[in-house]
Design a protein around this ligand. Sequence first.
Ligand code: ZN
Ligand code: ZN
Length: 131
Amino acid sequence: MRRRRQKPDREKMAQILADAQKRNETRSLGYRERALALFPHVCGRCGREFTGKDLRELTVHHKDHNHANNPPDGSNWELLCVYCHDDEHQDAVKRDAPVKNTREIHSESDLGHNPFAGLSDLINKDEDSTN
Ligand SMILES: [Zn+2]
Ligand SMILES: [Zn+2]
């Protein structure tokens, strides 16, 4: 027979909850610390090395630009100095903008003029999947 604890241990539950909350907080705040622990303190772009007080200028860049995506192995992080980090995001804006615009124009004209736009999308999708 299995023995089960009947008494709900409220204090213990509260403690577990508090611990989990604390862990969540450090998880969301601590990716910089973890990135600094994982990678050498060198800017991934200009190669400048950061030590001591200067370390504040080394920031964590999210490669997919999603700050909520923080895999513990650091695969989404890149250490960049504040200047290169700034550049990186400026370039991304320049790079992304024209692509997004043409995509929007295409889909708008498809919907406006072609009643079979959905159909051709399906066909295109099939072709894509075979590639
Ligand atoms: Zn740099
Ligand atoms: Zn960034």
